[in-house]
Design a protein around this ligand. Structure first.
Ligand SMILES: [Zn+2]
Length: 330
């Protein structure tokens, strides 16, 4: 069984930072914490092992509120990756891609968690993540239900609607209770821990999940992911100006701002098709819908709103360079 379940917080657990959780929790763990009322709030942390703000904020909250205003189920996901401060360990599956149709360990963990929570009622499910780069606080929705919009707005006025991947934990709670993922800022910034502390506290104090009024939320729809093709050496202007694929500086600073068609994105002498690959939600190659090339310049073919643009080469290789979005009116 790849999941341990505790009916209450193991003693001393709240003393451990994310990297040391593995000393008490050898594997994924679900912990029930009794509060003043039911149904419980489901909170998941460390689906990505280096994204520690969720755990740090929750543990500080629980230290100060040993009996919170509402019961909660706390799912601590990837403790072994957290011990190494890695998103995921080599050979592991991405713990936020295993909740539907996975194989191996992922399938076993998903089945174990769903069995452990079968028959339990949940007030809402909140999944806490960090990201890299300069992004505002925002939520990630997989369903546009009113209560999801309300829960998102409780956290931030910015939210992203994604259609894929459909294997996330947030999506797995769809139809069961309001369910939203939260991007609480960059890894390692203590202000992000405080944001979690504040948000989890407010969520636990709610009488009911609020409903957002139309237009309150700045909602964006994810269109595509931008990948750099395998083997292509790349760099960012200002840092690696001789890189064969030179990515225009400053793009990280414009996450969540609209960029017009024609905006320069990169410079390279090789053909676009050998350098960048843009995949839509059905994994179709839509590179030429988003980029054009003129001489050594690669520019945007259409207006987009970038998000999660990262200058961390490891994240670029393991995940993607950025997402392209457009504003969604509902
Ligand atoms: Zn994450």
């Amino acid at each position: 069984m790849p999941l341990d379940v505790y009916p209450h917080l193991p003693e001393g657990l709240l003393d451990l930072p994310a990297q040391r959780l593995v000393e008490r929790l050898p594997q994924s763990t679900l912990i029930h914490v009794d509060g003043e009322r039911e149904p419980e709030l489901f909170v998941s942390v460390l689906l990505h092992g280096n994204e520690t703000s969720g755990w740090e904020g929750v543990r500080q909250y629980l230290r100060e509120h040993p009996r919170p205003p509402r019961s909660l189920s706390l799912f601590i996901a990837n403790v072994t990756a957290a011990a190494q401060q890695q998103r995921v360990l080599p050979g592991q599956q991405d713990f936020n891609r295993i909740w539907k149709g996975a194989a191996g360990h992922g399938a076993e963990l998903a089945a174990a968690l769903f069995t452990a929570i079968a028959g339990r009622n949940y007030f809402a499910a909140i999944d806490l993540h960090n990201n890299t780069g300069h992004n505002p606080f925002y939520s990630v929705l997989t369903e546009l239900a009113e209560e999801n919009l309300g829960l998102a707005y409780l956290f931030s006025d910015k939210a992203v609607f994604i259609r894929e991947p459909d294997t996330t934990l947030t999506q797995a709670f769809a139809g069961r209770c309001p369910s939203v993922a939260f991007e609480v800022g960059p890894v390692g910034d203590s202000r992000c821990d405080e944001r979690v502390y504040d948000f989890v506290g407010r969520a636990l104090e709610l009488d009911s999940v609020p409903v957002a009024a139309p237009g309150q939320l700045n909602l964006f729809e994810s269109l595509a992911r931008v990948h750099i093709r395998d083997g292509v050496e790349f760099g960012f202007s200002g840092a690696d100006d001789n890189a064969p694929l030179l990515l225009t500086g400053g793009v990280e600073a414009v996450n969540f701002h609209e960029l017009a068609a024609g905006t320069p994105f990169a410079a390279a002498t090789r053909p676009l098709a050998e350098l960048l690959c843009v995949l839509d939600s059905q994994h179709r190659d839509v590179t030429t819908e988003f980029f054009s090339q003129s001489g050594a310049e690669i520019m945007l073919q259409r207006a987009v709103v970038p998000a999660m643009y990262t200058t961390d080469p490891f994240v670029v290789r393991q995940d993607c360079l950025c997402y392209f979005m457009q504003r969604l009116e509902i």
